[in-house]
Design a protein around this ligand. Structure first.
Ligand SMILES: Cc1ncc(C[n+]2csc(CCOP(=O)(O)OP(=O)(O)O)c2C)c(N)n1
Ligand SMILES: [Mg+2]
Length: 289
């Protein structure tokens, strides 16, 4: 049985980790002159909580441990923050992060499961990750394993019909080890996500598809931690957490125009320095978990 690790006990600790991952995502994409920093920032609390609050069970020394929990980054363009989390966990060297998107580097623009330990699925073509998660959860059942599978999706990604096929399959097979998290930042590549394709009452929709549904502020530590903790509990059906977030969280330059201008656009070096200074200067949340 896997044991929780990298289990930070205070919100201040977790916030410090989150800032390291956020800053690394900015530095990596700025150095590469390519990539998607804003999507990394919107999911920074969720990714940090999963890997470093004991909410996902894994052992960095044994990335292939059969009973490890699985994490599928279905919104694969957020690869930089996944690589930063793997560096923080000791699975990748920090120095290597700056190789992002360079020719020959295993840190490709979208995660490659054949090249990077603990990248559980090769993603980037949006819409596929939840189906992969369904397969992983079914496989876990066959193996009589208690492992959980977490899948992180974008809200624009929900425009892909395959997501809803996977949602139906998850409910049909009562996959209560499966957790989807929707990064509901309100934007996708072409701007306002609901203008491109209105998703309507999102939580009600998942509920109608047979999922246990939680809605949280994706930048509120107690809410993020509480919902993930609740989602680990097996209740006879899959769980989705709809996390309301901000694309470019913590960086006013991006928040001023998170739509077209900053999707898939790294910050220029001078802009990156301002962004990093702003992240570092933000007041720390201090509540006890
Ligand atoms: C199947 C597919 N179509 C289009 C794209 C191009 N694309 C990359 S990111 C993106 C927008 C995704 O928006 P969302 O899911 O809301 O993620 P966010 O960046 O807001 O976190 C699109 C359309 C893709 N990667 N895959
Ligand atoms: Mg989005």
């Amino acid at each position: 049985m896997a044991t929780p690790n990298h289990d930070h006990h205070s919100i201040a600790d977790l916030e410090a980790v989150r800032r390291r991952l956020a800053v690394a995502s900015i530095r990596m994409t700025t150095a590469a002159e390519s990539g998607h920093p804003s999507t990394c920032l919107s999911c920074s609390h969720i990714v940090t909580a999963l890997y470093f609050a004991g909410l996902m069970h894994y052992d960095p020394a044994r990335p292939d441990m059969p009973d490890r929990d699985r994490f599928v980054l279905s919104k694969g363009h957020a690869a930089p923050i996944l690589y930063a989390a793997l560096a923080e966990a000791g699975i990748l060297p920090w120095d290597e992060l700056m190789d992002l998107r360079t020719i020959g580097s295993r840190l490709e623009g979208h995660p490659n499961m054949r090249r990077v330990p603990m990248v559980e699925a090769s993603t980037g073509s949006l819409g596929q990750g939840l189906s992969i998660g369904v397969g992983m959860a079914l496989a876990g059942r066959l193996a009589a394993s208690d492992r959980r599978t977490f899948v992180l999706l974008g809200d624009g990604e929900l425009d892909e019909g395959q997501v809803w096929e996977a949602a139906m399959a998850g409910a049909k097979y009562a996959l209560d080890s499966l957790v989807a998290v929707v990064d509901r930042n309100g934007y996708q590549q072409m701007g306002d996500a609901d203008a491109v394709m209105p998703t309507g009452p999102l939580a009600a929709k998942w509920q109608a598809f047979g999922w246990r549904t939680l809605e949280v502020d994706g930048h509120d530590w107690p809410e993020v931690l509480g919902s993930l903790r609740a989602a680990r509990e097996r209740k006879g059906r899959p769980t989705v957490i709809v996390a309301r977030t901000r694309k470019g969280f913590g960086v006013s330059q991006i928040l001023a125009d998170p739509g077209n201008k900053f999707h898939g656009v790294p910050l220029k070096p001078a802009e990156a320095e301002i962004a990093i200074a702003e992240i570092d200067a933000a007041p720390y949340p201090t509540e006890a978990i």
